[in-house]
Ligand binder design. Structure first.
Ligand SMILES: [Zn+2]
Length: 85
């Protein structure tokens, strides 16, 4: 194969790799067009959440944790003032 030919070949492989993606649940590497939002067909069929859905869930959990810690600080402060006064 000529130098130019191998260069084109390598570029084509690189583009091919670029379009592949691993499923966020089972890790199956497939072309991106076969994945929907990072999830493969099989996991979609099992009703597993998409990447966007997971990110949303994570945000909700973080928000709840923040709210919970604020509540604990306030409760702790209230108990502290009740005990010390
Ligand atoms: Zn999958």
């Amino acid at each position: 194969m000529s130098k130019l030919g191998s260069l084109i070949w390598e570029t084509m492989i690189a583009i091919g790799d670029e379009e592949k993606e691993a499923c966020i649940h089972c890790g199956t590497v497939w072309y991106r067009i076969h994945h929907r939002d990072g999830v493969c067909h099989r996991c979609q069929a099992q009703g597993l959440p998409s990447r966007t859905q997971l990110a949303k869930n994570n945000r909700l959990i973080r928000w709840l944790l923040t709210l919970g810690s604020i509540f604990l600080i306030l409760a702790g402060y209230a108990i502290y003032t009740l005990v010390t006064t």
